[in-house]
Design a protein around this ligand. Structure first.
Ligand SMILES: *Cc1c(COP(=O)(O)O)cnc(C)c1O
Length: 411
């Protein structure tokens, strides 16, 4: 099946107990059993069944199964947010004293998390280039994971998944890819060799801007060396599934960052239109980027523009789809604010992946607590405007931005 058909009719779109077309929302805390013996078996993982929503719920399972299938993974665990998904995946792999190698120009919240993890003894090493050559010299015997964003938000740096996965795996290290901005519509990192995929489902997966969530998908394709990956060595009997079994039955359960059943349902129905939305969003972003780039003095950062430094990957890895984020520089913070304030269609909001076009001045918001050097490595300057392009009629968007830029001139 092709992507849009698989979304609606793939094997992960299961049949539910009362033949519902969509999974029922199991909005409960706990599940009732006829005997203590049955519940004992469920707790001992000797029988299938749900006990308590923090450790499993059928609406969560329905959403997880679809994400697992779309990303070609072997297991998926949903979380309360994208940040909890990133946190838990790293905590499942790292002990105090371990290192992670990460890309530059990442989402501000993730950069801040790396600072937090330092206090727990987990050290971050920043790679200038997320290529095999860029990461190889940084790998040490303490490296437990390599983490990067496929299309970084908002720098739009690209992670060379094939090259980095190969080099990392040869050195006995798994590659974790945050694919939030790409979505499986644009690329499937596990197919390209990545080992673990993460999404902030709050963005394009949900698509309607109505719930915070995250998910971790294990490719089940990494040969763990349990003498090195001691954080999961208790789970060695699960072989290639050791990471996700530890995650689900240990770290995820105990940290208590589960997704709510209602949010799982909203994400589930969001997936129905993922292909349609991404097609429109990518086409709109491409047209808007070209239109704004033609304005004197405006240089747009968007992957489909021929001058973009990652244009090669745009064609070879992203199937000619650039996603929904673009940025441009206004000249000064004051000008950036004036442009943003005079937009009529685009809303000022700190989110991406909505149906509605959203704009923000990242330096004064998302990166307000990030050191300047790391902020600029993320492609964010004092005059940068980030646009998350929506599904509106593109001519209205182009007019909205052109007028706002025109009005801010000469002031
Ligand atoms: C938004 C975002 C996150 C964090 O996700 P939340 O759901 O807000 O916790 C992580 N990575 C990227 C690339 C994001 O855009």
């Amino acid at each position: 099946m092709n992507f849009n058909t698989e979304l609606l009719h793939g094997s992960a779109v299961s049949h539910y107990s009362q033949k519902e077309i969509l999974p029922p929302i199991s909005q409960v805390s706990a599940f009732k059993y006829d005997s203590m013996e049955e519940l004992e078996k469920v707790f001992a993982h000797k029988a299938m069944g749900y006990a308590y929503t923090r450790i499993g719920n059928p609406t969560l399972t329905a959403f997880e199964n679809r994400m697992k299938s779309l990303e070609c993974g072997a297991n998926a665990v949903s979380c309360s947010s994208g940040m909890s998904a990133i946190t838990l995946s790293l905590l499942a792999l790292c002990n105090s004293g371990d290192e992670i190698i990460v890309g530059k120009g990442l989402y501000g919240g993730t950069i801040n998390l790396f600072h937090d993890l330092e206090k727990f003894g987990i050290h971050t090493v920043f790679a200038n280039d997320m290529t095999a050559e860029g990461i190889k010299p940084l790998i040490s015997d303490k490296t437990r994971a390599i983490f990067g964003e496929l299309i970084s938000n908002p720098a739009l740096n690209i992670l060379d998944v094939r090259g980095v996965a190969k080099a990392a795996n040869e050195a006995g290290v798994p590659l974790i890819v945050d694919s939030t901005t790409a979505t499986p519509f644009i690329a499937r990192p596990i197919e390209l060799g990545a080992n673990i995929v993460i999404h902030s489902t709050s963005k394009y997966i949900n698509g309607g801007g109505n719930s915070i969530g995250g998910i971790i998908i294990d490719g089940g394709n990494f040969a763990w060396d349990f003498d090195k990956h001691t954080s999961i060595s208790e789970f060695r009997k699960y072989g290639k599934m050791a990471f996700s079994i530890r995650l689900r039955t240990d770290i995820w359960e105990n940290f208590g960052c589960c997704m709510s059943p209602v949010n799982a349902f909203l994400n589930y129905i969001g997936l129905d239109t993922l292909g349609l939305r991404m097609e429109r969003i990518c086409a709109n972003a491409d047209a808007l980027a070209h239109a704004l780039n033609e304005i004197d003095g405006i240089e747009v950062n968007y992957l489909s523009l021929p001058h973009h430094k990652f244009h090669g990957y745009f064609e070879s890895m992203l199937n000619g789809l650039g996603g929904g984020i673009l940025t441009f520089r206004a000249g000064s913070k004051g000008k950036a604010f004036r442009i943003i304030n005079s937009l009529k269609c685009a809303m000022i909001a700190s989110n991406i992946g909505d149906l509605r076009t959203l704009v923000i001045h990242p330096a004064s918001t998302l990166y307000a607590h990030t050191p300047k050097e790391e902020m600029e490595a993320a492609g964010v300057y004092d005059d940068t405007i980030r646009v998350s392009v929506g599904i509106e009629d593109v001519n209205d968007l182009i007019n909205d931005f052109k007028t706002a830029i025109q009005e801010s001139k000469g002031e």
